[in-house]
Design a protein around this ligand. Sequence first.
Ligand code: SF4
Length: 196
Amino acid sequence: MADITRRQFLTVTGASLGGSSLALMGFSPSRALAEVREFKLARATEIRNTCPYCAVACGIVMYGLGDGSKNAKASIIHIEGDPDHPVNRGTLCPKGAGLLDFVHSPSRLTQPQYRAADSDHWQPIAWDDALDRVAKLLKQDRDANFIAKNADGLTVNRWLTTGMLAASASSNEVGYLTHKVIRSLGILSFDNQARV
Ligand code: SF4
């Protein structure tokens, strides 16, 4: 290493400090000082949702590409706990923290599946067709099995041959409406994933 005098040392360090200070004030002429890394979520779209895995129903924020740019392919790129959600206050357990893999899993079902009688495989069908089929089968079963009066002649209005399992990732309002619809049909077997 070359010998330097005290004067040379002070000159060099003084110049370095001066350069750093100017750069901090915004006068840096070069890109040598690291640029501020672009925040990867800066242009993402935020959507609030609920973790679908368990009865805790933690709130999540999903960040998607899809800010309107023509060349941006819509995709969820990040999921984290919702800090404003009263249940989890931004936290997620390991299952919830892995939701991004669930969203992009190639085996994830994204539309209803139908298996015809005597068939050995499932086939995708449209949502409208699936809902029509569910409604039709429910009516058939209710018409055939509805019990208006019990053996003593008392009005009971029961429908015991169909049950309902509701998801826990619903708001109180949706849960209330679901309960009303199911009970008004006469269904007694009604449970919720929140008990799982
Ligand atoms: S993040 Fe974990 S605790 Fe919260 S709802 Fe999802 S699975 Fe349940």
